[in-house]
Design a protein around this ligand. Structure first.
Ligand code: PLP
Length: 384
């Protein structure tokens, strides 16, 4: 079995720094340009930059500071917080890095231990290892009866949290797309508060819930909680590299200093383009709702035809299911999927335990999606 899952363990430097193994696997598959791409965890959305930028398109190479209001305020207004609680970063991945640097106290002799939730996007797990921290995994697992939110084992989590200073989580979980069950979520927030643990919450997928009662960013849950987000996934703008941290004022001040130290200024094209689309971001959320209405019934029917159990998350653009006959997901994507020009994501990218799971995204336009599902069905039939 190919090892593509995130690496947990002791901090590393220089030649011992671990590769992000899933990217070594994924990028060559993306370059194959398979016709049916069900692998995008971000909405595929074409923003009309020329319309939103109007005549200022030619200014992208000039400094933005004299002519633009502060981007922190723009984010603060959208999320109902103060600008003093926001730091802009080059995407969520950098925000994770900065949030951790801003919150770990390394005055102690002992190494800091960071509890990191699995399954996960590998940089969430491997960022602490670059910052002189060791990591211990805490797992979220499929529910026993197969339906509803993935669950935590509180005894297992408590044992790890007792040794940890920081907890890193991804509420809307990749690859299953489910948010926490409400009592699990409350337990995590209360337990970390009582134990003085900072929670860094990677929220790149939760804005698909924005506008619903279920939308609950962690920064609202107390001074010990930090939210990280970006324009990458729900807003389909990964290449812009525009992300943010929302936290208490002390962490924000530290984080701003870290950002200026590591990166200097944000790029002017990034600020100009992000400012142009920001007032229109809800268009992307509407698009996701539309894709769910049209694409999900097609997926549901196909999985029912193939007798595959499907635990559909109520928000977002992806979900995951277990392949028939314990089939290995990398072998499936490299074999039967490749034969039918389909690309999907093996669960092993997020955790070794999910080697038999496949993530499917409905982030593409409906005609192509329904053709893709027919081709995925051919691949599934070949392993039944
Ligand atoms: C959980 C999670 N966080 C962050 C990212 C990347 O975000 P950004 O492009 O803003 O760095 C990804 C991308 O796959 C992800 O799955």
């Amino acid at each position: 079995m190919e090892k593509v899952w995130p690496y947990h363990g002791s901090s590393t430097t220089a030649g011992a720094i671990h590769p992000i193994q899933y990217l070594d696997w994924y990028i060559p598959r993306l370059q194959q340009m398979r016709k049916y791409n069900l692998s995008y965890s971000g909405l595929q959305y074409v923003w009309d930059f020329e319309k939103y930028l109007a005549q200022s398109l030619s200014d992208v190479g000039y400094h933005h500071i004299p002519s633009f209001s502060n981007s922190e305020q723009m984010v603060a207004d959208r999320y109902g917080v103060k600008a003093e609680n926001v730091v802009i970063t080059q995407g969520a991945t950098q925000a994770l890095n900065i949030a951790l640097l801003a919150s770990i106290d390394t005055l102690d002799d002992e190494k800091n231990i960071v509890a990191v939730e699995l399954p996960a996007y590998a940089p969430v797990v491997q960022t602490p290892l670059l910052l002189n921290c060791d990591t211990i995994p805490v797992q979220r697992r499929p529910p026993v009866d197969g339906i509803g939110p993935w669950r935590i084992n509180k005894d297992e989590w408590l044992g790890v949290l007792q040794k940890s200073k920081v907890l890193m989580i991804t509420p809307q979980l990749n690859p299953c797309g489910w948010d926490y069950e409400s009592s699990d979520r409350k337990w995590i927030i209360d337990t970390c508060k009582n134990m003085g643990i900072t929670i860094i919450s990677d929220e790149v997928y939760i804005d698909s819930m924005k506008g619903s009662d279920d939308y609950k960013p962690f920064h609202l849950e107390g001074e010990h909680c930090i939210s990280v987000n970006s324009l990458t996934k729900i807003y389909g703008l990964g290449p812009l590299r525009f992300g943010w941290i929302i936290a208490n004022e002390e962490i924000t001040l530290n984080a701003r200093r870290v950002f200026l130290t590591l990166s200097g200024m944000m790029a002017s094209p990034t600020i100009r383009l992000a400012s142009a689309v920001f007032p229109h971001l809800d268009l992307a959320i509407e698009k996701i709702k539309h894709y769910r209405e049209i694409n999900l019934p097609v997926l549901r029917k196909m999985l029912a035809r193939q007798n595959i159990a499907w635990n559909e998350p109520p928000y977002g653009v992806f979900g995951a299911f277990k392949l028939p006959n314990e089939f290995d997901s990398i072998a499936f994507v490299d074999g039967p999927c490749a034969d039918n020009s389909v690309l999907a994501i093996p669960g092993s990218m997020f955790s070794e335990e999910l080697s038999g799971w496949l993530r499917i995204a409905w982030s593409i336009e409906p005609k192509l999606f329904s053709e893709a599902i027919l081709n995925l069905e051919k691949a599934l039939i070949s392993i039944q």
